[in-house]
Design a protein around this ligand. Structure first.
Ligand code: UDX
Ligand code: ADP
Length: 473
């Protein structure tokens, strides 16, 4: 019987996942720990609008469970010591240097966690990998824990471990829904008792037929493969979108037509500005690295093309904007609506807005950026450029490298702009009154809809030029 869970890492995955587990298992004490005290303070903030992760419905879950059986703390040691089950949910970015740079995952945080668990755990502890990890990472964790187990054999308080893989499949923006009603829960491992202990947690709200048990390597590989397949669909639809633009077809009609084939299915066929998010690129690059490592260069090349197409597609959008605006953006104002990698999240990791924003800055554009949830400090980090204050922004006319400024209202960002570029599908952007916006824009003015969310007739009737991704009509 599991009565005490510790989760290391209070990020986008650890925070919401543990909140739902605590909510659904009131008799289990769940402690989420992190070395980042600012993050922990934010999770403990009594003002629920200040939680570090924005997810619809999360505030209510936190309100019900926090300080009842859900706790956020920086005391990693005592949380591990009193836990029967420890989830590892730390960041695993792509390595930036050394062996496998640009492709392999940087496992230093996972390794550090395994060492912490090895030092502080007492009795038998089930260790669950929750972060997305390259296949055979469990082996690293197992090796570190085994060394600790062997070293403690002759001591009075010996510790033993079982390692499980339990990948998360939650998508940002729908995390609470995905956790509360998952398509499946995947548990990989070779210790039956440990697997059933974790099953008993999920059985509090997940039907038995949705809980899949596999060996540990299948579980790890299934997670990478699921993300690779999803990302592949987006690159596929965006590649056909480019062909639609060239031939007079419309990608939305093509997507609808192929999506009705039950073998293909209708989901994940929306053309956009390219996929972002913390998982897709990283997981595919991991798959590429693994395939090369195991002597399968053709497999590696096949999956690498999905990422290459995504980058090409982002650059394609930037260059369309430059061409439509007479080949130069120097001193021109472009309103960027949406900086998050998708709607209903404040996350900007790998957001297409970063690449496209940088391309436009390179061309000398002045970007008036709006996003309902993203913090301007984050945009500053992502673009690697400080924003200029509003007065200066209004004065800048001609520049070699562009500038940017954050606007709290979308309509203000569009004022005086030569073009509006919609990069995130926030609902509010589909409701914009283009007649009003058009009055304030500099003519000839353009609307570039990279998310296909606005009513083209309304834009055109307002006297604006219109481009939409994948629309060659
Ligand atoms: C993804 C997986 O969906 C999830 O199962 C996994 O656990 C983590 O990675 P996430 O990155 O949160 O989740 O978002 P997702 O909804 O998958 O979208 C990823 C990117 O693809 C976004 O930039 C989104 O805008 C884009 N996308 C998605 C499209 O461009 N078109 C689509 O049809 C769907
Ligand atoms: P994810 O999207 O996978 O949840 P995040 O970057 O949002 O990734 O969160 C990972 C969290 O893990 C960060 O808040 C980071 O501070 C935390 N973390 C990393 N290493 C450790 C560690 N050794 N002990 C505790 N927390 C850690």
């Amino acid at each position: 019987m599991i009565s005490n869970i510790c989760c290391i890492g209070a990020g986008f995955v650890g925070g919401p996942t543990m909140a739902v587990i605590a909510d659904r298992c009131p008799s289990v004490k769940v402690t989420v720990v992190d070395i980042n005290s600012e993050r922990i303070n934010a999770w403990n903030n009594s003002d629920l609008s200040k939680l570090p992760v924005y997810e619809p419905g999360l505030d209510q879950v936190i309100e019900r469970a926090r300080n009842r059986n859900l706790f956020f703390s920086i005391d990693v040691k005592s949380a591990i010591a009193s836990a029967d089950m420890v989830f590892i949910s730390v960041n695993t970015p792509t390595k930036t240097q050394g062996l496998g740079a640009g492709k392999a995952s940087d496992l230093r945080w996972v390794e550090a966690c395994a060492r912490q668990v090895a030092s502080f755990a007492k009795g038998h502890t089930i260790v669950v990998e929750k972060s997305t990890l390259p296949v055979r990472t469990a082996e690293v964790i197992q090796n570190i824990l085994k060394a600790a187990q062997d070293a403690s054999k002759n001591k009075t308080s010996s510790s033993t471990f079982s390692v499980l893989s339990n990948p998360e499949f939650l998508a940002e923006g729908t995390a609470v829904k995905d956790l509360e009603a998952p398509d499946r829960v995947l548990i990989g491992g070779d210790n039956k008792d440990a697997i059933e202990s974790l099953v008993s947690i999920y059985r509090n709200w997940v039907p038995e037929n949705k809980i899949l048990r596999t060996n540990i390597w299948s579980s790890e590989l299934a997670k990478l493969t699921a993300n690779a397949f999803l990302a592949q669909r987006i690159s596929s639809i965006n590649s056909i979108g480019a062909l639609c633009e060239a031939t007079g077809a419309d990608i939305r009609e093509v997507a609808r037509a192929i999506g009705t084939d039950s073998r293909i299915g209708s989901k994940f066929l929306e053309a956009g500005p390219g996929f972002g998010g913390s998982c897709f690129k990283k997981d595919i690059l991991n798959l590429v690295y693994l395939s090369r490592y195991f002597g399968l260069p053709e497999v590696a090349d096949f999956w690498e093309e999905v990422v290459k197409l995504n980058t090409w597609h982002q650059q394609r959008i930037s260059s369309i904007i430059v061409k439509k605006l007479f080949g130069t953006l120097s001193g021109k104002r472009i309103a960027i609506l949406g900086f998050a990698f998708k709607a209903n999240t404040n996350d900007t990791r790998e957001s297409s807005a970063i690449q496209i924003g940088k391309d436009l800055l390179d061309e000398g554009a002045n970007l008036a950026i709006h996003d309902p949830k993203v913090d301007p400090n984050q945009i500053e980090k992502d673009l690697g450029l400080q924003q200029v204050n509003k007065d200066e922004f209004e004065r800048i006319s001609n520049n070699n490298y562009g500038s940017w400024s954050f606007f709290n209202e979308a309509s203000k960002a569009c004022s005086s702009a030569d073009a509006v570029l919609i990069l995130t599908e926030w609902y509010q952007y589909s409701q914009i009154n283009w007649d009003e916006i058009a009055l304030e824009m500099r003519k000839p003015a353009w609307v570039f809809d990279a998310r296909s969310i606005v009513d083209s007739d309304k834009v055109v009737n307002a006297g604006l030029n219109f481009w939409r991704v994948g629309d060659g009509a």
